[in-house]
Design a protein around this ligand. Structure first.
Ligand code: PEP
Ligand code: MG
Length: 886
């Protein structure tokens, strides 16, 4: 079994096996770019190790062989006392997990080879001892779980003794002393000496990287990002190059375009005389990459050339890590870079203009989740709000909340429902929980590529980083800025687009993208690059999609908004929403009616109200289909709660008041009380039990349509029966409805369809029969999920889904994204058997899944005609329906 690949043996398409980093190092090697030589140990080796707790047979030998080849190529042996080869051991999974797993640099250094390294570096003792102390620190922390603070503390101590705060002021002797201190720390915590044998160092480091796949923060990150838990990480063993050899050396990270806005230009951070982890950790303040032109023009030009080449090769934004060792440029990593939602749209548009991709491909470069993010509101700023600080707009959005200074406090307050802003000097992977809990993240150190920035962008969370006017004091739970002191619990607002920080809570207004969808921003006139890109991509999605997109709306206002957002009809108008408010009393009368006369008068009072509701909706949707669902929820929902009523009656009786009416109500409530209302008297069952109820609704719908027709408004009603499980239920309702329709429609020309929800599993399984009586099906995937899994949709998510997610029983709530294999299978069966029975059967979905990106792809695959979702999701569904078609 082949577990180890030389960089020259891989390529960018082998990410499953070699991880992202390994595959791309191989790709760059094959492109002839300056990559330090090395090899990759596969994710399969990692998985085998994690499954058995030991290296799979053959791995050690393969590593030995590749190491020997590397040594031959470099003309040096690992840890050779006179002229050592040093290697880095780097994690690299299929999906990037920034800072979540481990890396050990300078493997191969020991008490003897440190002297050889100094000689290699032209007698630069300082460099050699600095490298050695870094190895002990990283190795100790990563491989042997020595607490990192102890090393940091010793380093601070050494600087204090020297009267400095800058690492660079420590000389070779200081660093040699620090190595001794580090070794003592190592020994104290592990009970052994720091290992001197280079191959042992290497093997232990590789193990530690394997094991870091299951580190708590990595597990948490995967869950958050929905990365499967069983992929494992690859391990890259790479010949070391040094950015800390002096002023002519350094290290940096760069993007080929601005990952925040998508603008073209040079974006990156550079740090002279440093190793890579210094940049990513945001420990020292970097300079903008442009500065490199002044420092080392030759490397700078070469770097820009390579970046252009990579973009052209990958046909996308790339991010890179590089090191310059004494004026020689080395590429340490590249990948297709993470970007904000706005940048994704803008870059996709640019790449089309540049001829690198076509519009179909552009659709694959963006997604509905990103579009949803762009529809978030923005700060509404006027003269009242002056920013108190400006950092880097690291991840866009507008967030206000209470300041907290620790991850733990962020989690605590968020659990109480408070919006919080996590304020740190810089974040590190241990802050992940707090970052997830927070509305936004504000740091005083670190650039666009700091940990906070990278992780926040990945989560789509607002982040301002490197706001260096802010002085953060975590122990005292406060920060100061321009004479203000902000304490835990105070409100601040941060703008992740501009990087501005405000005191207090700034009001918000709709985003440009929403203004565009609303029709108040003309995409042809604006110079807003994002709006133009969104318009172009949406137009293409619309031209490509097969699925129609409707909306769930039960008021004229919602219908109008959805129509502006591109809805092509209403897929679900929930009529029970029209029975609330003032009308509840009428419903109460209906429920309590003891005689036909009482019931009929209650229905007669409801009829004109319902009719007016429908007129309003039909007018807004003029010409488009409107699916009106007959009343669904249990009737007791319209009555007061049992306990409260019982208490009221008892109290009134006590006072000797006349309670006859209250008692009748209490009686009715008792009679109608259900243990499992979701499985009780609702939907079609109500219609069959309460005479005249459905008839009144049908009459109101059709009269409204006829009324519209008389005024030239084209109403296209589709009457939908909820909760059908057997064709006989539908047939009964339909027979009654058809009589009313025939009577009311007359010669108005109005056409009315009658169909059903498919939301009870039995309906899905007998869809062939039901289709005989239905002109359309609309899948109610909320109930279908509830009844398919037997999960009460109102109870389970908060109660135990966390455990199901933790155990991986599902990766996401089945109420959020359709369970393809189970509930999805019911949809597929019903679609197929329904169509077989009635080929012209119209098929749609109106459960929450209709606006979920993943689910839209599924509904496209099973051949539905439309999805229906809430108005704000309509653009998302349009985009995803387009993406599903290309
Ligand atoms: C459904 O069950 O998916 C549905 C749309 O109906 P409701 O959510 O009103 O039960
Ligand atoms: Mg339902």
């Amino acid at each position: 079994h082949k577990y180890v690949y030389d960089f020259s043996e891989g390529n960018k398409d082998l990410k499953d096996l070699l991880g992202g980093k390994g595959a791309n190092l191989a790709e760059m090697t094959n492109l002839g770019l300056p990559v330090p030589p090395g090899f990759t140990i596969t994710t399969e080796a990692c998985k085998a190790y994690l499954a058995t707790g030991s290296e799979p047979p053959g791995l050690a030998d393969q590593i030995a062989a590749h190491l020997a080849a590397l040594e031959a190529e470099m003309g040096r042996r690992l840890g050779d006392p006179d002229d050592p080869l040093l290697v880095s051991v780097r994690s690299g999974a299929k999906f990037s997990m920034p800072g979540m797993m481990e890396t050990v640099l300078n493997v191969g250094l020991n008490d003897r080879s440190v002297i050889g390294l100094a000689r290699q570096a032209d007698g630069n003792d300082r460099f050699a001892w600095d490298s050695y102390r870094r190895l002990i620190q990283m190795f100790g922390k990563t491989v042997c779980e020595v607490p990192g603070e102890e090393f940091e503390h010793a380093l601070d101590e050494a600087k204090r003794a020297k009267g400095t705060t800058d690492d660079l002021d420590l000389n070779a002797d200081d660093l040699r002393g620090l190595v001794d201190a580090y070794k003592k720390i190592f020994n104290k915590h592990t009970g052994r000496e720091f290992p001197q044998e280079p191959r042992e160092q290497l093997d232990l480091a590789i193990r530690a990287v394997f094991e870091s796949w299951n580190a708590d923060r990595a597990v948490l990150y995967r869950r958050q990002e929905r990365i499967p838990a069983d992929l494992g990480t690859a391990v890259n063993v790479v010949a070391m190059v040094f950015g800390n050899l002096g002023a002519d050396s350094g290290t940096g990270v760069a993007f080929t375009r601005d990952p925040g806005s998508g603008a073209q230009g040079i974006y990156g951070d550079y740090l002279a005389n440093a190793q890579g982890e210094d940049v990513v950790a945001g420990i020292r303040n970097t300079v903008p990459l442009q500065e490199l032109e002044r420092l080392d023009k030759r490397s700078y030009d070469e770097l820009l050339g390579i970046m252009a080449r990579l973009e052209e090769h990958y046909r996308d934004l790339c991010d890179i890590e590089f090191t310059i060792e004494r004026g020689k440029l080395w590429m340490l990593q590249t990948r297709v870079g993470k970007r904000t939602a706005a940048a994704a749209f803008v870059i996709a548009g640019q790449l089309v203009d540049e001829g690198l991709i076509d519009l179909d491909e552009a659709l694959h470069r963006v997604n509905g989740a990103q579009l949803a993010q762009l529809m978030f509101p923005r700060f509404q700023l006027d003269h009242e709000f002056e920013p108190v600080a400006k950092g880097i707009g690291a991840s866009p959005g507008a967030a206000s909340g209470k300041v907290v200074f620790t991850s733990a406090r962020a989690v605590e307050l968020a659990a109480e429902g408070e919006p919080v802003i996590l304020v740190r000097r810089e974040t590190n992977p241990d802050d992940l929980n707090g970052m997830i809990a927070a509305r936004g993240i504000l740091t005083s150190r670190g650039g666009k590529t700091s940990h906070a920035a990278v992780v926040a962008r990945g989560m789509g969370k607002t982040c301002v980083s490197g706001a260096d006017e802010i002085d953060v004091n975590v122990p005292q739970k406060r920060f100061t800025v321009g004479g203000h002191t902000v304490r835990e619990g105070d409100l601040v607002s941060i703008d992740g687009t501009t990087g501005k920080v405000y005191l207090g809570e700034v009001p918000v207004s709709p985003s440009e993208v929403v203004q565009y969808f609303e029709g108040s921003l003309d995409p042809e006139q604006t110079d807003d690059a994002l709006v133009r890109a969104v318009h172009r991509i949406m137009t293409h999605a619309d031209s490509r999609r097969r699925l129609a997109v409707r909306t769930n709306a039960d008021t004229g206002a919602d219908a109008a908004r959805a129509r502006r957002f591109g809805a092509e009809g209403i897929g679900l108008c929930r009529t029970e929403h029209m029975f609330l408010g003032d009308r509840r009393e009428l419903v109460e009368r209906l429920i309590l009616a003891r005689t036909d006369g009482e019931r009929e008068s209650a229905l007669a009072a409801l009829l004109p109200l319902q009719r007016a509701d429908f007129v309003e909706i039909f007018e807004e949707m003029n010409g488009l289909p409107v699916t009106v669902r007959l009343i669904d929820p249990p009737l007791h929902e319209f009555l007061p709660p049992l306990e409260q009523l019982a208490v009221n009656v008892a109290v009134a009786q006590e006072r000797g008041q006349d309670v006859a009416q209250e008692e009748a109500l209490l009686d009715a409530v008792r009679r109608m009380h259900e243990q499992n209302p979701m499985l009780g008297l609702r939907g079609v069952r109500l219609g069959l039990v309460i005479p005249g109820l459905f008839a009144m609704q049908v009459r109101a719908i059709v009269e409204a349509a006829v009324d519209c027709a008389r005024r030239g408004v084209v109403a296209r009603p589709e009457i939908m029966v909820p909760l059908v499980g057997a064709v006989q239920e539908l047939e009964t309702v339909r027979a009654e409805a058809e009589k009313i329709i025939a009577e009311v429609v007359g010669d108005s020309g109005v056409e009315v369809l009658i169909g059903t929800m498919i939301e009870v599993p039995r309906a899905a399984l007998t869809a062939g029969q039901i289709a005989e009586a239905a002109q359309f099906f609309s899948f109610g995937t909320n109930d279908l999920t509830q009844m398919g899994w037997g999960f009460s949709r109102d109870d389970v998510e908060g109660a135990f889904f966390w455990r199901y997610l933790e155990l991986g029983i599902f990766g996401i709530s089945p109420f959020e994204s359709i369970d393809r294999e189970g509930v999805g299978r019911l949809v597929r069966i019903a679609a197929e058997e329904g169509r077989a029975a009635r080929p012209e059967l119209k098929l749609g979905v109106c459960g929450e899944h209709g606006g979920d990106p993943e689910s839209v792809h599924f509904f496209h695959e099973v051949g539905l005609d439309y999805v229906s979702c809430s108005p704000f999701r309509v653009p998302v569904a349009r985009l995803e329906a387009g993406r599903a078609s290309v």
